[in-house]
Design a binder for this molecule. Structure first.
Ligand SMILES: Cc1ncc(COP(=O)(O)O)c(C=O)c1O
Length: 405
């Protein structure tokens, strides 16, 4: 038989699956190959910037491996980790039990499982703009419809509950809320959180609460209470992980917790069914979930202090650049500044120009769902204050030149 030489076709759903935070690295590698040093401000990973995983968590993983916990675990996760997550939610005002918890490969897997359990092709999910791009990528893969609700930089990146209400249709299955927020660094007030819970309580939809930055607010309340603590009976699924507040993103250790409302019992069963298919999340790291949530968390005090210092520096230095404005973040390690683009230019054009001219790698706002002409871009401010100061100096010179053209 003759040998076929044509390329093997790729499934259509891949075209819609975009994740700008990593996609843009392809461009950075080209610039690097041409001899420029790249300063990676694209990925929210504290480890390359010198932040260290707490030793007792490392010991817990090491011990688990040495003790022979190298086989599969039950699909929802080991009992002690699920108990620890349930106790954590309960202590933060959201009473829950281990049987409502699934240990996942990072919050990412929890998000994907939840979308898989809830959303049919063609159905709608409300997602913030800007958003963490995994949501839109997963929804595109499912063939679901992404409906953006706006968060407003003029009001500290707050969402508008009336707009959210107006976007609900009979096809809406869920509302995603990221609080504290990536990419904006905002935390939402109790009044908004309550209104959101009222909305899901009065509709046949679920609130998907991404709370991975809950431990990383700079001011009180620390930690930020889970949204579900305002109404433990609301139809809500919460996602979190060891990636951010516990400084272990590479371990891919996270969890989801499903609210106790019987309205969610079928969803819980569906999640367990889907979780069975992926066997289990990495087992030694599940022991670190127990260690993290029941052990010493004093690493979070200097971590929050370091983040606040970098957030203050970032806000002050970016706002001092003519043509750039930046809302001060109040949590996490991201800022979402805006550059006043000349007509016809896009955020990606600015970000790629900055990369090619200076080696500084940010991510364009349209990768998070903002309009290309709006000129937003995301900065990860985990580098040391002196390196950040140097980066913002370089950015100022480039921006002056860029806007003069
Ligand atoms: C808002 C948000 N949700 C989820 C994730 C995924 O985190 P994990 O490493 O737990 O999968 C991230 C990672 O940056 C994030 O910023």
């Amino acid at each position: 038989m003759p040998r076929v030489t044509s390329a093997i076709p790729v499934a259509g759903r891949v075209a819609g699956f975009t994740y700008a935070i990593r996609n843009i690295v392809v461009e950075a590698r080209k610039v690097e190959a041409a001899g420029k040093t790249i300063r990676y401000l694209n990925i929210g990973d504290p480890i390359p910037f010198g932040f260290e995983t707490p030793p007792h968590m490392v010991e817990a993983v090491d011990r688990a491996m040495r003790d022979g916990h190298n086989g599969y675990a039950p699909s929802p996760g080991i009992e002690s980790a699920r108990e620890a997550v349930a106790a954590e939610f309960t202590s933060r005002g959201l009473p829950t039990t281990a049987d409502r918890v699934i240990i996942t490969s990072g919050a990412s897997e929890g998000i994907e499982l939840a979308m898989g359990a809830l959303v049919n092709p063609g159905e709608e999910v409300l997602v913030p703009s800007p958003t963490y791009p995994l949501y839109t990528a997963v929804l595109a893969k499912i063939g679901a419809k992404i409906v953006y609700y706006r968060t407003d930089p003029a009001h500290g990146w707050m969402p508008d509950i009336d707009e959210i209400r107006s976007l609900l249709t009979p096809a809406t299955r869920a509302i995603v809320v990221i609080d504290p927020n990536n990419p904006t660094g905002a935390i939402y007030p109790t009044s908004f959180r309550r209104a959101l819970l009222d909305l899901v309580n009065s509709h046949n939809i679920v609130l998907l609460a991404d709370e991975v930055y809950g431990d990383l607010a700079y001011d009180d309340p620390v930690p930020v209470p889970p949204i579900g603590s305002l109404d433990p009976d609301a139809p809500i699924i919460s996602f979190s992980s060891l990636s951010k507040g516990y400084l272990a993103p590479g371990w891919r250790a996270g969890w989801l917790a499903v609210g106790r409302s019987p309205r969610l019992d079928d969803v819980m069963a569906a999640l367990r069914k889907l979780a069975d298919g992926r066997l289990c999340s990495p087992v030694p790291m599940q022991y670190a979930v127990t260690a993290a949530l029941t052990g010493d968390r004093s690493h979070q005090i200097p971590l929050r202090k370091a983040l606040r210092e970098r957030a203050d520096l970032t806000t002050a230095r970016l706002n001092a650049i003519p043509g750039i404005s930046c809302v001060a973040p109040v949590a996490a390690f991201y800022a979402m500044p805006k550059v006043d683009l000349p007509p016809g230019k896009t955020d990606e054009d600015y970000v790629l120009g900055l990369l090619r001219a200076t080696g500084i790698l940010c991510v364009h706002g349209s990768g998070f769902g903002t309009r290309p002409a709006d000129g937003f871009f995301r900065v990860v401010f985990l580098a040391s204050p002196s390196e950040l100061a140097d980066i913002y100096d370089t950015m100022a010179v480039f921006t002056a030149e860029y806007l003069r053209r």
